[in-house]
Design a protein around this ligand. Structure first.
Ligand code: FAD
Length: 442
């Protein structure tokens, strides 16, 4: 009798949850391990309105399952939710109804992934490594356990690992000691307790991505209500405008944000001082100061400038955690830390528009390690242009490859009814020679 192959998903963010949903009708025995709660990272920036509308953030499978439960996450698919609304109205209901009910194990962090009786250096690039199942070490409180699987999808995102803010991407001297005065996300200034930390203070904002743009606009609004607030905005670029606009941008929220941030970056608001071409050299906490102010040295074109600030908002991006798969054969890009083939394709693109990106072919998503895929935001490494929509494409591509059928149409997959091409049981591993290798069970 054919046995079911085991598929383990690391991370229950939007892409991990959708991947699990798409794997089930293909006959896999699916388990999702999530370090926090479902949608943990999205909830962390949940007050921020998303650029992408509802219809871009949800799969037809997910919406179909919810519809059968009488749940309709949105009335207008072209409207964009906040991160929090997206989690509350889509991800959490999905997690809580069949077929995902009971599949996600929350508060369980994956620490490392390896192969049974196989080391990293064994059989380089050989598909026969797939004869042995993956061994996944996970921690839940003080408990540690090993899970086995034939396919592992690492969808653990990058949001958990904020980059350092010092010049050249390493910690600025004093950055560690100043940690309690540094916010690494986009502060929710609508929450009075949070706003009180910033109102009437001098703030250093560092970074020039979309998170920094969101923080700049929010801080400017706060400063208009609390006129003693002063903001120094430090960014490396000297490009004008700072945020290139996409002609007739279909993501209207993105366009409005870029327009607003560009005005601030060009000095339109006297309470925000833009510091283009600048870097944070060091941060110190003078002992003499009654108010715990920080002394920051900024370097601009070889000139040093000393500033006293109360808080720092560091929106300088994120980096993936490669330690999870360091015992596997995964080839990462030395620039972006994403899987090399996808990274090379992304680096070859000229613009930063996340709507017009390379299609994720099966080859681009594959690794030397057979059966191991890095999907979702983590697959883009330090490249911050990832959208959930790209993750949904990746899922389709990977499952078509696993099924050995590039034409596999997951949109016709109905839970409980496997698509015809997928065969009676989840597909076995295909080595390059074309012979089917039965899935190993340890
Ligand atoms: C301010 C902001 C606004 C954004 N707006 C948009 C937008 O409008 N549209 C859009 O498409 N994207 C947007 N993004 C990008 C968005 O974060 C991603 O598209 C989306 O969250 C990626 O989903 P994911 O499942 O790949 O990763 P994540 O959402 O990061 O999920 C990863 C999950 O893995 C878990 N995890 C991490 N490590 C482990 C481990 N070791 N073991 C187990 N679990 C682990 C985490 O807890 C988390 O739940 C935005 C990002 C930010 C910061």
């Amino acid at each position: 009798m054919a046995h079911r192959r085991r598929l383990l998903v690391i991370g229950a963010g939007p892409v991990g949850l959708e991947a699990a949903l798409h794997a089930l009708p293909l006959g896999y025995e699916v388990r999702v391990l999530e370090a926090g709660r479902v949608g943990e990272n999205v909830v962390s920036w949940g007050h921020v309105p998303m650029f992408s509308p509802w219809e871009m953030n949800c799969s037809s499978q997910g919406l179909g399952i919810l519809a059968r439960q009488g749940v309709r996450p949105f009335a207008d698919g072209r409207a964009a939710p906040t991160g929090r609304e997206y989690v509350a109205r889509y991800l959490l209901p999905l997690r809580s109804c069949p077929p995902l009910l009971g599949i996600v194990q929350e508060r369980t962090r994956v620490v490392a992934v390896s192969r049974d009786a196989t080391l990293k250096q064994d059989r380089p690039g050989d598909r026969a490594r797939a004869l042995r199942p993956f061994r996944v070490l996970a921690e839940s409180g003080v408990r540690q356990e090993i899970h086995e699987a034939e396919v592992v999808l690492d969808v653990s995102g990058t949001y958990g690992r904020a980059r350092e803010l010092g010049n050249g991407g390493i910690p600025a001297p004093g950055e560690k000691e100043a940690a309690t005065c540094i916010d690494r996300g986009v502060p929710d200034l609508e929450v009075p307790r949070v706003a009180a930390r910033f109102a009437g203070r001098t703030i250093l904002l560092v970074g020039a991505g979309h998170s920094a743009a969101t923080s700049a606009v929010a801080l400017a609004a706060l400063a208009s209500r609390h006129p003693r607030t002063r903001i120094l905005w430090s960014f490396r670029s000297t490009r004008v405008p700072l945020y290139p606009r996409v002609p007739e941008d279909p993501l209207t929220r993105r366009d409005a944000l870029c327009a607003g941030a560009n005005r601030l970056a060009q000095g339109s608001d006297p309470r925000i001082e833009p510091c283009p071409g600048s870097f944070v050299e060091s941060i110190a906490r003078p002992r003499s100061s009654a108010r715990a102010r920080l002394e920051v040295i900024l370097k601009t074109g070889g000139r040093l400038r000393r500033e006293r600030v109360d808080r720092i908002v560091a929106n300088v991006g994120y980096t993936p955690d490669a330690s999870i798969h360091s015992e596997l054969q995964v080839h990462l890009c030395y620039a972006t830390c994403g899987p090399i083939k996808l990274a090379a394709a992304l680096l070859g693109e000229d613009g930063g528009d996340c709507l017009s990106q390379v299609q994720p072919s099966a080859d681009r998503l594959s690794n030397p390690e057979p059966g191991f895929y890095i999907l979702g935001a983590k697959s883009y490494g330090r490249n911050s242009t990832f959208l959930i929509r790209a993750g949904l494409e990746q899922i389709r591509t990977v499952f078509a490859a696993l099924a050995g059928d590039p034409r596999l149409d997951l949109d016709v997959a109905r839970l409980g009814h496997r698509p015809k091409r997928a065969g009676a049981a989840a597909p076995a591993v295909r080595p390059p020679g074309g012979d089917r290798v039965p899935a190993a069970r340890g």
